[in-house]
Design a protein around this ligand. Structure first.
Ligand code: NOJ
Length: 779
């Protein structure tokens, strides 16, 4: 195609000749970046001109080259699963590769890109994908922690910084955000999402897409987002990664799909199919999901990429007899690019030639891939931001670190603070810091930490040492390793604790215990950590327990006995500084949980927006939905988090007692900081449809806002509700809002709310249609 001009063809011939002769000769510079990299002015890439360009390019490709555009291979390092085929240089030179993942670094990227655009017949630039999940080099808090900030602006900025840095290393495509709603903390990948709520997940997912892609996907600092894992991957039975999901269409539309829709509405360039099946159909073969819903109903026109080996996994799923059938089913379902297993390129040319797959199905997928490359501006500038100079000067900058620290501060959740144990004075004579995690800067980064380095991270211990006054002595003892039951260091830890004025005990899970393929059957503190905590507690010293973990833990003893308990997650490169800002009071904690903490693994799944049942749990009778050996309530509910100050809420006030289909209802509440410190409160608004034609959740988040409040200050916070906030799917799966009574709750967590009521009225007292739209998912 770029070779369609005779000059370019000549250049190819010369290159081939040079290669054959093995001489060091170079081909004459064809109009390289210009004529070779298919000239499409940036301003003219939309609409029919763009389509015409893509079509003309497509027309020049052989069938094998087309399959090359549908094949992604892992670069020569990091592997995240079995079954990866290796791309050879020869394959690359023959146009058999559309993209790489796990190739990072401007030099490596430029080298491979040069081969693609100079040494291949097709001269189509490569995509370089990478899992940039919560930062590239400047590592931000894990996504579950970031969500606990309830600060979508800061989350968008974190993604923007990640994109800026990733682009310097040559990455133009990230496999993020993960927007899987997760209600099972055993599932290791809960760490990578925003928690259990579809609305909050939608807001955060859209924020991340906007951060990665910016206003202009072609800008050198923008990278394309991938919304994953489509869909319902978080619903894995038993919390076991890759396991079966059996969910109703209602469950899909109400719980799992909204964040995907929101991310598509925010302009996400690509989607990734999930490993799991949904009600018997694996996502990689699910035409309803990938085509009818995603493209048909939602109008998505970007690329769908398969997950690692997901096409070939249709064989062990038991719906394809061999790789040819797996390839056919995936392509026909709507997987455009196959990740790593090489099944497409090995089988599809033959299947097309035998008539088993239509040429049109292949062309459609290739067209989408070319259009994606075009949207990224790769045909104008195949190297985009990849620049060894930028790698040095534009990553891990003081501004990036400051943003990471700020978001980390806001992601910390104070779970308990008896007798104002926190904040600690930075002038104490001696502080004992106990726990291997306190000095573990690898864990500080969390899982999927881009190309983050432990050496860049401020560990908890380092942060504490920096924060205390010069007169304070900080003694450190490992105490115990989080995953071992070894108690041999207890004695030294106890000695340190005895001599200290306060103890900071850091316990939890090392970072590797959450993430892909890291599901746990127990979510208690591993190893001997609980015993260590109990022994230290018995000393009666001021004790602050800091949790480092990538999932909710069941820690009932700590929740009832630790004088102070802080959920610090894995906060990234600035963890030690941000945590110390909170521990010593420079910052008032403000994060709130976006996922329920159960008392025991036996309560799972436990989530705030459950339905009511015919026998809702109640303490005063036996015959209702509860346990005989444990309360039915969580340890810490969704939306929960304390502060060093206190807040009170007025009852919510409504602009009207009734609301019609075209109205917007104003909800006002006065929030007062009743303490002596300034703080930021996360004000949450929930609704309940009291009586509907299908059962509705007890309470559903619909709005939230982070509100700064000085000591003693009151503010009126206003929200407005509309038709979409009342809508749900009726028995025929039509999205409607039904007339009747609604409750509105406003407060500081899903449990601590004040409420009022209004009536939704329709002209003829019939339900009104509220079709799915971007507005319905908060866009
Ligand atoms: C498998 C994971 O499920 C997916 O999220 C990730 O993007 C790919 N591996 C590539 O690393």
């Amino acid at each position: 195609m770029f070779c369609s001009s005779s000059g370019a063809r000549r250049r190819m011939e010369l290159l081939a000749l040079c290669a054959a002769l093995g001489t060091g000769c170079t081909a004459p510079p064809s109009q390289t970046a210009k004529s070779s990299a298919a000239v499409v002015p940036v301003s003219k890439t939309g609409g029919s001109r763009a389509d015409a360009f893509v079509d003309s390019l497509l027309a020049t490709l052989t069938l094998e080259e087309k399959l090359g555009q549908l094949s992604q291979y892992s670069g020569f390092a990091a592997v995240t699963g079995p079954g990866a085929a290796e791309a050879s240089m020869e394959q690359l030179r023959q146009g058999g590769v559309s993209s790489f993942l796990n190739v990072t670094g401007a030099d490596s990227v430029r080298k491979l890109q040069r081969i693609a655009i100079e040494d291949t017949r097709t001269r189509i630039p490569l995509l370089f994908g990478h899992d940039v999940i919560h930062g590239m080099r400047t590592i931000f808090p894990i996504p579950l922690a970031e969500a606990s900030s309830w600060n979508p602006d800061a989350v968008r900025e974190a993604a923007r910084i990640a994109a800026r840095e990733a682009s310097a290393y040559g990455i133009n495509w990230t496999f993020a955000p993960m927007v899987d709603v997760a209600r099972d903390p055993r599932w290791g990948r809960i760490t990578e999402g925003s928690g259990e709520d579809p609305y909050l997940g939608s807001v955060m997912g859209a924020a991340r897409v906007r951060g990665f892609q910016g206003d202009d996907l072609r800008a050198r600092e923008s990278i394309a987002a991938t919304v994953k894992h489509f869909a319902a991957y978080g619903g894995a039975e038993g919390g076991r990664d890759y396991n079966v999901v059996d969910v109703s269409e209602r469950g899909m539309r109400e719980v799992f799909l909204p964040p995907f829709r929101a991310a598509a509405c925010a302009g996400a360039a690509t989607f990734m199919a999930s490993f799991n099946e949904i009600a018997g159909v694996p996502a990689h073969a699910n035409r309803w999901l990938l085509t009818d819903l995603l493209r048909g109903e939602w109008g998505f026109d970007g690329v769908v990429v398969g997950d690692w080996g997901g096409v070939a996994e249709l064989i062990p799923h038991g719906i394809a007899a061999d790789s040819a059938e797996a390839a056919r089913r995936s392509l026909e379902a709507g997987v455009d690019i196959e990740m790593v297993s090489g099944t497409y390129s090995r089988n599809i040319p033959r299947l097309v030639r035998s008539g088993a797959i239509s040429q049109a199905a292949v062309d459609q997928a290739v067209r989408r891939v070319l259009r994606f490359k075009q949207r990224l501006g790769l045909f104008q500038d195949p190297y985009r931001g990849a620049d060894a100079g930028r790698e040095r000067s534009e990553v891990l900058t003081p501004a990036h670190r400051a943003a990471a620290r700020h978001l980390a501060q806001q992601s910390i959740v104070l779970l308990r603070n008896e007798d104002n144990t926190l904040p600690l004075s930075r002038d104490l004579r001696t502080i004992a810091v106990v726990g291997a995690l306190a000095a573990d800067s690898v864990s500080t980064l969390g899982s999927w930490a881009g190309i983050g380095r432990a050496a860049d991270a401020v560990s908890v211990l380092d942060g504490i040492r920096r924060a205390v006054s010069p007169r304070t002595r900080v003694i450190y003892e490992r105490g115990t390793d989080p995953t071992r039951s070894d108690t041999s260091r207890f004695r030294a830890a106890m000695r340190a604790a005895r001599t200290a004025d306060a103890v900071i005990l850091v316990v939890g899970e090392p970072a590797w215990m959450s993430g892909e393929a890291e599901s746990r059957a127990s979510i208690e503190l591993p190893g001997a950590q609980l015993e260590l905590a109990q022994r230290i507690r018995a000393l009666g010293k001021p004790l602050v327990v800091v949790l480092m973990n990538g999932r909710p833990l069941a820690v009932p003893w700590l929740a009832e006995n630790a004088p102070a308990l802080v959920e610090a997650w894995f906060l990234g490169v600035e963890m030690g500084n941000a945590l110390s800002d909170v521990l010593f009071g420079a910052v008032n904690p403000s994060g709130k949980l976006t996922v329920t903490f159960p008392r025991s693994v036996g309560q799972i799944p436990l989530y705030y927006n459950h339905r009511r049942t015919g026998r809702p749990p109640a303490a005063d009778s036996k015959w209702n939905s509860k346990y005989i050996d444990l309360p039915w309530t969580p340890q810490f509910p969704f939306g929960f988090g304390l502060s060093y100050t206190s807040y009170t809420y007025s009852s919510p006030r409504l602009s009207s007692e009734t609301m019609g289909p075209r109205d917007s209802l104003r909800v006002e509440v006065t929030v007062t900081n009743t303490g002596r410190r300034a703080g930021e409160e996360i004000v949450q608004l929930y609704v309940q449809d009291e009586i509907a034609s299908v059962t509705r959740p007890v309470i559903e988040l619909r709005r939230f806002r982070r509100v700064p409040l000085g000591a003693g200050e009151s503010r009126t916070v206003r929200f407005s509700l509309g038709l979409d906030d009342l809508a749900f799917y009726d028995t025929r799966m039509r999205r409607v809002a039904e007339p009747g009574s609604f409750r509105v709750f406003v407060g500081g967590s899903s449990r601590d709310v004040n409420e009022t009521r209004f009536r939704f009225v329709t002209p003829d007292n019939n339900p009104v249609s509220a079709p799915e739209s971007c507005a319905a998912v908060g866009n």
